[in-house]
Design a protein around this ligand. Structure first.
Ligand code: HAM
Length: 436
């Protein structure tokens, strides 16, 4: 049997509803916050992601899917959305259209990671990128958008963890302090951290292996190295979050796994034991030099991305079912070949009128066809046998009320339409009554 590649999964028909519902909630929230959709390629020139030899992030050094295409071009499947969006922003000169671009994207990302629950090799992200402003208030807006999504999905116990890694000057001062401090513990650092000590000491703080060692806990904190403007940026973000009643925790050691950040960095964490280490459902931060590092103008940006699989899993754990099951307006049950043809004709009329319909093409017995009508959540079932057909009649059953009537075979469409309209008008009356 040919099977799917490790770390990938199929979204089966029963599961697709939850995905489309999640996508529609996301689209609505992006409209509320005025972020416009952008779609960029799933593969990019490798240079988009492998920009800098000093980049020590796991994602860039260990996890990208890189290959040569048939013309020997270096290609990488996108491991995240930000760099591709920034490439498109520069290439299409979006900054010339408007000084502020607020963009969002949904799509597959690829990382060669060890698969487990909530961690896949092909996964989906929803991300936003606000390009053009260095204002700390836009950092707060991005976080607010994230928390609105959390609320929209009915998720509870989600923590916003936040930190500032300051501007370049602050980070340089902090890096020196880190090198001096961690150099004393070279024997105890893991292999990755020894490399980080040389290339990017800040990322030692992100180490999953060394994090709990005693010397690690006493390491210098970046907050003590922030210069005045970095401190003021961070304080303004926090104040804006306070104003919007967004609860957060300052996490001194939060530096994030990607190398392009400056100033604000944050993560949204769910408190679900089954999630284990995969409890970060969304994360982001400010990236003031990424556009210029990618040969664009000097334009700052800030953004965040959610793992959509993790959002769906979290909704499942919170018992928030996303998306009602599909339903049919009418399921046609035909007994005999002539009846089948007559059903097809009537079903076609109903479908042209926009009703959701189906019928049996397997010439099965009555019981099996009723079962399929049930599985499809059919509102009405039409049953046609040879006797009814001779009289141009058809039996129609309302599956909610269990009422059954015999009507003219030509009246199926207007009959069902009337009943549906009456039902929705009735629902409208009840809603009105409640409001009044
Ligand atoms: P990231 O932290 O690498 O940030 O990924 C964002 C989110 O994607 C994670 O919090 C997680 O929920 C999800 N995620 C990451 N890897 C996987 C995986 N292997 N399987 C399932 N879900 C995963 C970024 O990607 C940045 N581009 C975020 C950003 C946008 N920063 C600024 N703008």
């Amino acid at each position: 049997m040919i099977t799917k590649p490790k770390g990938t999964y199929d979204v089966l028909p029963d599961e697709v509803k939850a995905w489309t519902k999640l996508e529609s909630i996301i689209r609505r929230i992006c409209q509320i916050y005025n972020y416009k959709e952008i779609r960029t390629p799933i593969f990019e020139s490798s240079r988009v992601f492998h920009r800098d030899a000093s980049d020590t992030s796991d994602m860039v050094t260990k996890e990208t899917y890189d290959f040569l295409d048939r013309s020997n071009r270096q290609i990488t499947l996108r491991p995240e959305g930000t760099a591709g969006v920034v490439r498109a922003f520069i290439e299409n000169k979006l900054y010339a259209q408007s000084p502020m671009q607020k963009l969002f994207y949904l799509g597959q990302m690829f990382r060669y990671e060890r698969p487990q629950k909530g961690r896949n090799r092909q996964f989906n992200q929803f991300g936003v990128e606000a390009l053009g402003s260095a204002d700390p208030l836009i950092d707060a807006e991005v976080i607010a958008l994230g928390t609105t999504l959390i609320k929209g999905l009915g998720l509870k116990n989600v923590k916003v963890k936040i930190n500032s890694i300051g501007d370049k000057e602050s980070r340089e001062a902090y890096k020196k302090a880190c090198v001096a401090y961690f150099s004393q513990y070279k024997d105890e650092l893991c292999g990755d951290c020894l490399t980080r000590l040389e290339k990017n000491p800040l990322r030692i703080l992100d180490c999953k292996v060394d994090r709990h060692k005693e010397f690690f806990l006493k390491a210098p904190k970046i907050k003590d190295y922030l210069n005045e403007s970095s401190l003021s940026h961070f304080e303004t973000v926090l104040k804006a979050l306070d104003e919007m009643k967004i609860v957060y925790e300052i996490e001194d050691n939060l530096v994030r796994g990607l190398d392009y950040y400056s100033h604000t960095v944050f993560e949204l964490e769910v408190d679900i034991p089954e999630f284990g280490a995969q409890n970060v459902i969304g994360a982001g931060g400010r990236y003031d030099t990424l556009v210029s590092d990618m040969e664009g103008p000097d334009i700052p940006g800030v953004g965040m991305a959610f793992g959509m699989e993790r959002l769906l899993l979290a909704a499942e754990f919170a018992n928030k079912s996303l998306g009602k099951p599909d339903y049919l307006h009418v399921y046609f049950i035909a007994l005999g070949e002539a009846a089948k043809k007559a059903c097809l004709t009537q079903m076609n009329i109903c479908r042209l009128g926009g009703l959701y319909c189906d019928m049996d093409y397997l010439s099965r017995g009555l019981k099996a066809q009723f079962k399929t009508a049930d599985q499809n959540h059919a509102m009405f079932t039409c049953i046609l046998g040879d006797n009814e057909l001779e009289e141009f009649k058809i039996n129609i059953k309302n599956n909610e009320t269990e009422e059954q009537e015999t009507i003219s075979i030509y009246d199926v469409y207007p009959y069902v339409l009337n009943k549906i309209n009456a039902k929705s008008a009735c629902a409208g009356c009840k809603e009105k009554e409640v409001k009044e």
